[in-house]
Write a new protein. Structure first.
Length: 96
């Protein structure tokens, strides 16, 4: 025989009603201040991560080499862009 939750009242067994599950309140929509705080925290973390990566890069030989390679590539890309722009300008002027 299964046991039923309950209690005695005035000499009689009274079955306890099944507990009604409580509804969890819906989470409130974030306020503007909460959005701003979250965005600010995210930006602060990103800046700190970049600074930490920079400190690491500057402090190691591998970091120096990586920065040098990136600088060379950026210079080459800029040179190609300037040459391309100059060639386009020459062609445009030659058509007139």
């Amino acid at each position: 025989m299964s046991e039923i939750e309950g209690r005695f009242e005035r000499g009689r067994w009274v079955v306890d009603p099944a507990p009604v599950p409580e509804k969890e309140p819906a989470p409130a929509a974030p306020t503007v201040d909460e959005h701003v705080h979250e965005a600010s925290s995210s930006v602060r973390k990103a800046v700190n991560d970049v600074m930490n990566a920079g400190h690491h890069l500057l402090g190691t030989p591998e970091g120096h080499e990586r920065i040098e390679q990136a600088a060379r590539k950026a210079g080459e890309d800029l040179e190609r862009a300037v040459n391309s722009w100059a060639e386009s300008a020459r062609q445009a002027l030659g058509r007139r």
